[in-house]
Design a protein around this ligand. Structure first.
Ligand code: ZN
Length: 268
C-alpha cells in the first residue's frame, strides 16, 4: 500500500540495450512498453523477459523506490505547508500524486528536487500535538487543518486535536463539545461480519459512541495494515524536516534520476 515510483534508464534510445523481440517505446505513464498494444501471451512473455534483462538495469529502471504509505505522505504534505524557511514548495507538492499513477516530467522533477533540498536542509523546528497508539506509538492522527486541528469526520461529528493537547469530538453544526481527553481507550463495535464499524471512546470523565474507528497504519509497503488502538494518548513532538528523511530519501532518488536521465518519474 502507498506510493511507489520509478525512472527508466536511457539504454533503449541510446542503443545499448539488447534488441527487443517486438518494437518497444517509452510510455509517459507506464515506462518501457511494447509498441503494439495486443500481444499474444507468448510474445508478451518474450517481451517481459527482454525487459527484465535487456540492459544492466532490471526492467530498464534506473531507480525504483517505495516512497511511503499514504499516512506518511499526508504528514509530509502538512509539513511542507508549514511556514518554514524553505520558501516555495509548490512544484514539489504538485509533483507528488495523491493516488497511484501519473508521471512528473524531468523538467518538473528538476524544480521539485531543488525545493526538496531546500526543505531537507532547513533546521526549522516545530512542536505538534499528535494522537498516538499508546502501545505501539504509531501516529493515529494529527491536526492538518490548522488552526482547528481537525482530522476525523464522521457524519455530523468531527474530531481533532486542540492546542492544549486534547483530542476532542464535537457536533459539526453547533460546535457542541461531546468528548475531550488527553488519554482514553477505544472499545470497538463490530458489524455482523466482525468488522469494526463504530467505537466507544472512554476517558476518566466521559464516554462517547460514534460511527468511526480510529486507526493507525503500521509498517510500510507489503506489510501495511491497519491497527485499531485500544489505548490512545496525545503527545507533543518536536519535528522538523529531519523527521521526514524516510520520505525525502526515496523522493530524492527518483527526482535525481529523472533529471540525470531526462526521463519522467512514473508514480505507481
Ligand atoms: Zn538500462
Amino acid at each position: 500500500m502507498g506510493l511507489d515510483a520509478f525512472v527508466c534508464c536511457r539504454c533503449l534510445e541510446d542503443g545499448c540495450a539488447a534488441p527487443p523481440p517486438v518494437a518497444a517505446r517509452h510510455d509517459p505513464e507506464d515506462g518501457v512498453v511494447a509498441e503494439q498494444s495486443s500481444l499474444s501471451s507468448n510474445a508478451f512473455e518474450d517481451f517481459e523477459h527482454w525487459l527484465a534483462t535487456a540492459c544492466e538495469h532490471p526492467d530498464m529502471r534506473v531507480a525504483s523506490v517505495h516512497v511511503g504509505n499514504w499516512g506518511l505522505l499526508s504528514q509530509f504534505r502538512t509539513a511542507l505547508q508549514r511556514r518554514g524557511d524553505w520558501g516555495n514548495v509548490d512544484a514539489l507538492v504538485a509533483s507528488i500524486p495523491s493516488g497511484n499513477g501519473g508521471s512528473t516530467t524531468a523538467t518538473a522533477a528538476s524544480e521539485a528536487l531543488a525545493q526538496l533540498e531546500a526543505f531537507a536542509s532547513s533546521s526549522f523546528r516545530w512542536t505538534a500535538p499528535k494522537l498516538i497508539d499508546a502501545t505501539t506509538k504509531e501516529v493515529v492522527g494529527e491536526g492538518v487543518g490548522e488552526p482547528d486541528g481537525l482530522f476525523v469526520f464522521a457524519g455530523s461529528l468531527e474530531g481533532g486535536l486542540d492546542l492544549h493537547g486534547r483530542f476532542f469530538v464535537r457536533q459539526q453544526q453547533t460546535g457542541a463539545l461531546l468528548f475531550r481527553a488527553a488519554t482514553f481507550t477505544q472499545e470497538l463495535i463490530a458489524d455482523s461480519d466482525g468488522s469494526p464499524v463504530a467505537a466507544t471512546l472512554v476517558s476518566d470523565a466521559q464516554s462517547l459512541t460514534w460511527p468511526i474507528v480510529l486507526t493507525a497504519g503500521t509498517g510500510d509497503g507489503e506489510m501495511d495494515q491497519l491497527l485499531y488502538p485500544a489505548r490512545l494518548r496525545v503527545v507533543f513532538e518536536v519535528e522538523g524536516p529531519m523527521s521526514f528523511e524516510r520520505i525525502v530519501s526515496p523522493l530524492r532518488a527518483v527526482l535525481t534520476a529523472a533529471v540525470v536521465h531526462d526521463h519522467p518519474v512514473h508514480w505507481t
